[in-house]
Every structure is written in C-alpha cells, then in structure tokens.
Design a protein around this ligand. Structure first.
Ligand SMILES: Cc1cc2nc3c(=O)[nH]c(=O)nc-3n(C[C@H](O)[C@H](O)[C@H](O)COP(=O)(O)OP(=O)(O)OC[C@H]3O[C@@H](n4cnc5c(N)ncnc54)[C@H](O)[C@@H]3O)c2cc1C
Length: 306
C-alpha cells in the first residue's frame, strides 16, 4: 500500500509530488496529462521565478521537475484517467481506466475543466466553428470574423490571441461589468479590430455545415440580435473535476471540495485537496502549488503521528 496517492498533474499535483519525494513518502502519482489548465496559454507571466513561459513549456518543466526527483519514491502513472476513489481497509483504493492503487492517504489536485455552452446549436456545431481553445484552433480562423463568449480573464486572453490574425473579434459579456482584470480589459479593447457587447445573452448558434452566426438576447431590451461570425470561442467558466470523488468527500454547491484553509484537509480523514478543485476563493498557478505544499506538510504529520 502506498503512503499517498496524488491525483492530477497540474501545478498543485507536481508541487505535492516533489515534496512527497523529499519527505520520502511512498507515493503513486496519477494524471491523464501534464501541466493543467494553463497549458493552452501562449505566455504565462506570473509563474514566480520565470519571466514568461508558454503553457506547454510550463507543462514540460513540471514533468521534468517531478521526474528528476521521483527516484524510487514516487511512481508516476501518466495517461491514466481516474474513475473512482473509495475507502478500503483503513485507506483508499483509486481506480483508473487501466489500474487500481491502494494508498493510506489521498491528495486530490484534479483542478477544473471548461464549462460547455448549452444553447441551441451548440452541440451540433462543436468543432464546426465552436471551439474551447484559441491557441489550438485560433489560426484556422485567420482573416475571419469571430466571437468570444465570456468577459473573464480567459475570455480576454482568448480575444488578445485571436486579434493577432483574425479580421475582427466581438466579445459577448452577460453582465454589465467585465470580470477580467481592468488592465487586460483596457489593453485588449484598445485594439481597432476589437469590439465588446455588454448584457448579451447567447441564445442560438446558426449555420449549415459550419457556424455562420450567433444570436444573442439583449438582457435589457430583450431584442434578439444576430452577429455573423465563422468562429465562436467559448470561455464561460470552469467546472471542478470532482465527479470521481463525490462519494467520499464533501462538496459545496459548485462541486468544489470543501477544505480547511489552514491544512487543505477535507472533512474525510485521510483525504486532502489543493488547487482549483477546492473551495478556496482564488485560483492561480502559484496558489495551487502553495496549497499543495501546505497539504503535503499536513499529510506528512498525519502519517507520522500514527
Ligand atoms: C486559459 C487559462 C489561462 C490561465 N493563465 C494563468 C496564468 O497566466 N497565471 C496563473 O497563475 N494562472 C492561470 N490560469 C489558472 C491556472 O491555470 C490554474 O489556477 C491552475 O492550473 C490550477 O492548478 P491545479 O493543479 O489546481 O489544477 P489543473 O491545472 O486543472 O490541473 C489538474 C490536473 O489533473 C488532471 N486531471 C483532471 N481530472 C483527472 C482525472 N479524472 N484523471 C486523471 N487526471 C485528471 C488534469 O489533466 C490536470 O493535469 C489560467 C487558466 C486558464 C484556463
């Protein structure tokens, strides 16, 4: 039986893995991929100690860092999807799509995934003009008119990337204020090919074999307005990846894992959680890594107090 199972290979999971190795906790580290959510970012400028790095570079560095110190202490299982976590014989059993692992303690760092657009035509046109990744699909829309849905940081970051090669970008924001940082908002909106529409509630995507337009409702006037665009980039928030653990830990109304902010312990003895998967107020790479280190300190004390 392992001392610890670390679930997820983003900044939180990797930080925990490096510390687990230093503390000589026999660990199973499971992730379906490396780097976490900001892997799609063109440039991360606030990963402390690194002036700027693309998301793919950060993922590579995280992987290399853990591999460099894993030795015979941390067993890395990459490319495996975690399906369930259940209690077993004073510990836990983690089932993945290809294996089963027993551990005395579990640290959940599986972060979040994108919320899908749920309006008429959204399913029909996914990957036929509707996309969730500007850095992956953006160049396909070179010289075209595109729409970004969502006025948070991710929406503005997406718009900024698209402005480099599209003809125009229109950003639809549901409310009367943007959630993105004011500095980013003013920088992106100052671009001549950029436009934003407030109070805009998307209602339908139209097209033939590919997207041709999006219809939104003006929240004040209730008018329905159609915008012609061949690409729709969706950035409407994130959902915590907690489905596989919902029967063993307490979740809040947003399906985030409830943790003690001093220790990252959940209400279930033997399970901790860190990073975007938790109910902490702020979610960033540095925060996720720091939270995971705090969790590791507490897990170490827990295992050695026994
Ligand atoms: C587009 C974008 C840009 C961002 N830019 C920045 C930025 O510039 N600076 C910043 O500080 N923050 C940024 N963030 C936020 C930052 O990415 C997150 O706060 C951070 O990634 C959280 O780390 P985490 O380790 O908690 O979770 P995540 O990064 O979400 O990592 C979770 C890991 O768990 C794995 N996983 C999930 N479910 C399973 C499963 N069932 N089985 C196996 N593995 C699983 C995932 O593959 C992933 O490796 C950005 C976020 C987005 C979406």
């Amino acid at each position: 039986m392992y001392d610890l199972a670390i679930l997820g290979g983003g900044p939180a999971g990797v930080a925990a893995g490096v510390y687990a190795s230093r503390k000589r906790l026999k660990t199973i580290f499971i992730t379906d991929s490396w780097g976490g959510q900001s892997v799609v970012s063109e440039g991360i400028e606030n990963w402390i100690g690194t002036i700027k790095i693309p998301g793919t570079g950060l993922a590579e560095n995280l992987k290399k860092h853990l591999e460099a110190y894993a030795g015979d202490i941390v067993t890395i299982r990459e490319g495996e999807k975690i399906i369930t976590v259940a209690k077993k014989d004073g510990g836990f059993v983690v089932k993945t799509d290809t294996g089963e692992y027993e551990a005395k303690t579990v640290l959940v760092t599986t972060g979040s995934h994108r919320r899908k657009l749920d309006i008429r035509g959204a399913e029909q046109y996914e990957n036929k003009g509707i996309t969730y990744c500007a850095s992956c699909d953006g160049p396909l829309f070179s010289g075209q008119d595109v729409v970004v849905i969502g006025g948070g940081n991710a929406g503005f970051e997406t718009a900024a990337q698209l402005l480099a090669y599209t003809k125009s970008v229109t950003l639809l924001n549901r409310g009367t204020e943007f959630r993105a940082d004011p500095v980013t908002v003013s920088k992106v909106l100052s671009h001549p090919n950029m436009k934003s529409i407030m109070n805009a509630i998307p209602v339908e995507i139209k097209g033939d074999s590919f997207v041709k337009s999006i219809v939104y409702e003006d929240a004040s006037s209730k008018d329905r307005i159609e915008i012609y665009a061949t690409g729709i980039f969706v950035e409407i928030g994130l959902l915590p990846s907690t489905e596989f653990v919902k029967d063993v830990v307490e979740l809040n109304q947003y399906n985030q894992i409830i943790t003690d902010p001093r220790t990252q312990a959940t209400k279930t003895e033997g399970i901790w959680a860190a990073g975007d998967v938790t109910d902490t107020l702020y979610h960033q790479n540095n925060i996720a890594a720091g939270d995971a280190v705090r969790a590791l300190e507490d897990i170490y004390i827990h295992l050695h107090a026994k």
